[in-house]
Design a protein around this ligand. Structure first.
Ligand code: DX5
Ligand code: ZN
Length: 230
């Protein structure tokens, strides 16, 4: 995985047809997505349950781009190796998931993956201060994690702007997760984000039988974001 700050669209398969992940992934990649975002929830850190490592290993075979695994679980350290073995390229853990985030980032890199750190909407940007040299991606949650289809929280745009300043020249992606649409994408792109996760915003209106809307949605979000960057 090489680093650049171009806009990347990462559909969340939380909004895909759960009976048909392989074909859904092939459809979004054929329609032009850059990464595939996998939302892992444990019914404890967040009030919802989703995907274990075996599911990730099974869908890996269908992903040609980047498998971006977002762990909304606590504790997180005992499961890092299993998600790395399942084929994750990026593993993101939450700063709120435990007291030893620094160790968690080390463990993700030691497992051979890019290390991502996610911040809930209520978490201050300063919490990443001493972790900036340990991370490859920072995910700013623009909804409270747990569910797709929620409304974008506008106060987080300012957080992205501050984060972009703190990052400076470091090769760190800023990812936005939650409520990304062609209306909200320009706000975060202008503030410095480069990876845009979108679940409902990509999958709405389409299906594996009718994947064209996936492409239209991806292109609409990308165009809106790129226009804002200039
Ligand atoms: C929320 C997840 C998101 C979510 C985004 O807990 O981390 O990735 O699926 O969904 P939308 O784009 O529908 O807000
Ligand atoms: Zn996510």
């Amino acid at each position: 995985m090489s680093f650049d700050r171009s806009i990347k669209i990462a559909p969340s398969i939380l909004s895909a047809d759960f009976a048909n992940f392989g074909q859904e992934i092939e459809a979004i990649e054929a329609e032009g997505c850059d990464w595939v975002h996998v939302d892992v929830m444990d019914g404890h850190f967040v009030p919802n349950l989703t995907f274990g490592p075996p599911l990730c290993a099974a869908i890996r075979k269908h992903i040609k781009t980047v498998m971006d695994v977002h762990l909304m679980i606590a504790p997180v350290d005992p499961y890092i190796q299993a998600y790395a073995d399942a084929g994750a390229d990026v593993i993101t853990a939450h700063v709120e998931a435990g007291p030893h985030t620094h160790r968690t980032m080390q463990a993700i890199r030691a497992a051979g993956c890019k290390a991502g750190l996610a911040l809930n909407p209520g978490t201050p940007v300063e919490s990443v201060d001493y972790l900036l040299d340990m991370v490859d991606l920072i995910c700013v949650m623009t909804v409270n994690p747990g569910f797709g289809g929620q409304k974008f929280i506008h106060s987080q745009v300012e957080k992205v702007r501050k984060l972009r300043e703190m990052i400076g020249d470091r090769p760190i992606h800023i990812e936005i997760d939650g409520g990304v649409t062609p209306e909200t994408a320009p706000l975060v792109a202008a503030a410095g984000a480069d990876v845009l996760v979108a679940g409902s915003g990509v999958f709405k209106g389409g299906s594996v039988q009718n994947p064209a809307p996936y492409g239209e949605n991806i292109r609409a979000i990308r165009a809106a974001a790129e226009n804002a960057v200039g």
